[in-house]
Design a binder for this molecule. Structure first.
Ligand SMILES: [Ca+2]
Ligand SMILES: [Ca+2]
Length: 315
């Protein structure tokens, strides 16, 4: 027995060295939970199919985690396209996480299982309040229709007292069981399927987590000031409509009905004399006439070159 363990460990180390250049597989390892009992004569290294089952690894800034405490976790498979049919997997969530039902179920099947005939899930690790802390997900099919991609998604809620540095593990947790254990195999559970099963649970697991990181400064977008001098109605055109608007404003301000705001001042006091009056309106009207008769200068340029503007300032 001892010899077997040592051989197994050194085989694992050798495999890791072989796989080291492949980034996707560097972090894959064995499932949590019960040790996988290797069938004698079956070496997972010899498996032709070496799938990786991975759970979402989410790093979430504290403020975002508080804004969106409900996080979706995916169980994804790669390297097993068209190679599997029967699966039974335990996924265990940190006790502080709450599993939420999504559309009536604790697990939702994903596109990888689209062509799989039977899918089911049941809550597991019920606490004294009957709250589950894990899910058992299973599939069955009449041929090896399982695909690569997202097999399952789980909706989890973070607790209220989250702190920077918190890590909430989410694990594929292998259970041997008395009569039946967890599975990731093909239809016939032939040698190829049994090798794949052995490989997945001993080498092909990438565990997941939600990690709370430092708050990210929320970037408040600068309000876009679209106001333009001489264009109080904001349609981008300086014309008689603006002049009329300014006259109406002038009347309302003069009679004390209306208190101009910063936008009014920016758009209506075109000669910058601190007043919004008929002079400004007449400048706008003059510009409208200028443009209408073929003038091409921008309003600002027009303002600078007009004699009456200077006269207005001189007053
Ligand atoms: Ca306008
Ligand atoms: Ca003015």
């Amino acid at each position: 027995m001892k010899g077997t363990i040592i051989r197994f460990i050194s085989a694992g180390a050798a495999l890791l060295m072989i796989l080291a250049p492949s980034i996707t597989r560097v972090y894959a390892g064995r499932a949590a939970g019960d040790p996988y009992k290797l069938e004698s004569g079956l070496d997972p290294e010899n498996s032709k199919i070496k799938p990786i089952l991975s759970l979402s690894q989410i790093e979430l800034p504290l403020n975002k985690a508080k804004e969106e405490p409900e996080q979706s976790i995916e169980l994804t498979v790669t390297g097993a396209e068209g190679k599997y049919a029967s699966t039974g997997l335990h996924v265990k969530f940190d006790d502080r996480l709450e599993i939420l039902k999504d559309d009536g179920d604790y697990a939702t099947s994903g596109p990888a299982l689209k062509r799989i005939g039977m899918i089911d899930s049941s809550p597991d690790w019920l606490d004294e309040n009957n709250v589950p802390h894990g899910v058992f997900v299973m599939t069955g099919a009449s041929s090896n229709k399982g695909r690569d991609g997202v097999m399952w998604t789980f909706l989890l809620r973070l607790p209220d007292d989250i702190q920077v540095g918190d890590v909430y593990p989410i694990e594929i947790y292998y259970q041997k069981g008395k009569s039946s254990g967890d599975l990731f195999t093909d239809l016939l559970q032939d040698k190829e399927g049994r090798l794949m099963d052995a490989w997945v649970f001993t080498h092909g697991i990438e565990q997941g987590y939600i990690k709370i990181t430092e708050e990210e400064p929320t970037t408040v977008p600068e309000p876009v000031i679209k106001v333009k001098k001489g264009d109080p109605n904001g349609d981008g055109i300086i014309d008689a409509v603006d002049a009329s608007y300014m006259m109406a404003n002038y009347a309302k301000i003069s009679t004390g009905v209306y208190e101009p705001d910063i936008e009014d001042i920016m758009t209506c006091d075109v000669n910058d004399d601190g007043m919004m009056d008929a002079v400004d309106a007449s400048i706008v009207l003059a510009y409208y006439a200028y443009v209408s008769s073929g003038g091409t200068d921008e309003f600002e340029v027009f303002l600078e070159t007009q004699m009456f503007l200077r006269q207005a300032i001189d007053r």
